[in-house]
Design a protein around this ligand. Structure first.
Ligand code: R5P
Length: 299
C-alpha cells in the first residue's frame, strides 16, 4: 500500500522531515481561513487506497489546529484513504486529565474521542502529559496509540553539545519516566523534585531526600515548558545547593518568551524538540516519529 505524509498547517516542517525519514512522498494540506474564522481544508492529491499520515502539532492555536486535524481526518477517509494516522507531535488538551474543580471538562478524553470519531486508525504523539492516566490507551480506547518519550534524543543532544552532565533532574514526579530514561542513557544518577502549582504561572519546588548536586553539571529535563517558571524554580535551588551548571532540555517549549526568560534567570542553556517550532528547537523528533509509524504498521 502506498503511503504519503500530509503536513497540516502546524505540521509542515516536521511532516517533510518525517516523509524524508520514511522515504515516502510529502504534500502540504491546503488550508484557508474564511473571513469569519472558519477553516477550509483541501487535499490536492489522490488519497484513494493510500495510507495517509496527517502531521499536525496542536500549538500554537490549539483549537484551530484540532478542528483542522478533525476535518482532514474525516475528509481523507471520505476520499478513500485506506488508513489515516494522526501524527500529533504536540497534543494539546492533555493536561486537563481530570475534573480538578466541580463542573470542569476532562478535555484529554473528549479530544481523544473526537480524533477516533473522525476516523483515525492510529494516534502518535511525543512526550504527552500522562499524569493521572498511565497510558494513552486510557483515552484512545478504540484505536492504536503511541507516546514517544524522546529520552534517546535528549541524551543524544546532551552528548552532541558536550554538556557532560553528571546528574539528571526532573521538576516533579510526573517527569520521572523521561528523567529515568535520559539518566540511563547518559549513565548518570537521577533526582526528582516535588512541585506544587500555586497558579497558572506560579510554582513552588520542594527538595525530596537525597539531592547531591554540589559541583555537578546538571541536566534538567521535563515534558513541557510554557512560562519556564518550573525550570527556573528548580534551577535556583540547584544552584543554591552548589550545582556548577544547569542545562535544560524539554520535549515541548510552548512559549519562546518563556524560553528566553529561563536563560535570563540562571539557566545555562535550553533546548526543546521541534514538536513546536521555535529558536530553541534543537532536538529533532522526526526519527522517533518515523520509528513509531513503523511500529504502528505492525498492529
Ligand atoms: C506540568 O506538569 C508540566 O510537566 C510542566 O512542568 C509545566 O507545564 C511547565 O509549565 P511552566 O513552564 O509554565 O512552569
Amino acid at each position: 500500500m502506498a503511503s504519503i505524509v500530509i503536513g497540516c498547517s502546524q505540521g509542515r516542517v516536521l511532516g517533510k522531515l518525517l516523509a524524508k525519514r520514511l522515504k515516502i512522498p510529502y504534500f502540504d494540506l491546503s488550508t484557508e481561513k474564511f473571513p469569519d474564522g472558519e477553516t477550509r481544508i483541501r487535499f490536492r492529491q489522490k488519497l484513494s487506497g493510500k495510507k495517509v499520515l496527517l502531521v499536525q502539532s496542536m500549538y500554537p492555536f490549539p483549537n484551530d489546529s484540532l478542528v483542522e486535524l478533525l476535518l482532514a481526518t474525516e475528509t481523507a477517509r471520505e476520499l478513500g484513504a485506506k488508513h489515516v494516522f494522526a501524527v500529533v507531535p504536540y497534543f494539546a488538551y492533555a493536561r486537563q486529565d481530570t475534573r480538578f474543580n466541580d463542573g470542569e471538562c476532562v478535555s484529554n478524553k473528549i479530544v481523544a474521542r473526537m480524533v477516533e470519531d473522525a476516523g483515525a486508525d492510529a494516534f502518535i504523539t511525543v512526550a504527552t502529559h500522562l499524569h493521572r492516566i498511565s497510558s494513552l490507551r486510557d483515552i484512545f480506547t478504540r484505536i492504536h496509540s503511541q507516546n514517544v518519550l524522546l529520552g534517546k534524543e535528549i541524551a543524544d543532544y546532551a552528548i552532541a553539545r558536550k554538556l557532560k552532565p553528571s546528574l539528571v533532574v526532573g521538576p516533579d514526579w510526573e517527569s520521572k519516566p523521561l528523567v529515568r530514561e535520559v539518566a540511563l542513557r547518559l549513565h548518570c544518577p537521577s533526582y526528582v523534585f516535588r512541585k506544587q502549582r500555586l497558579s497558572g504561572r506560579k510554582v513552588k519546588s520542594f527538595l525530596t531526600p537525597g539531592l547531591d548536586c554540589r559541583g555537578k553539571r546538571v541536566l534538567l529535563v521535563d515534558d513541557i515548558a510554557s512560562t519556564g517558571n518550573t525550570l527556573v524554580s528548580v534551577a535556583k535551588i540547584l544552584k543554591k545547593n552548589g550545582a556548577k551548571s544547569v542545562d535544560c532540555a524539554v520535549a515541548h517549549l510552548l512559549d519562546e518568551k518563556g524560553g528566553k526568560s529561563v536563560l535570563r534567570k540562571g539557566v545555562d542553556s535550553l533546548a526543546s524538540s521541534n514538536s513546536v517550532s521555535s529558536a530553541f528547537s534543537k532536538i529533532d523528533c522526526s526519527q522517533a516519529l518515523a520509528h513509531a509509524v513503523a511500529r504502528t504498521d505492525r498492529f
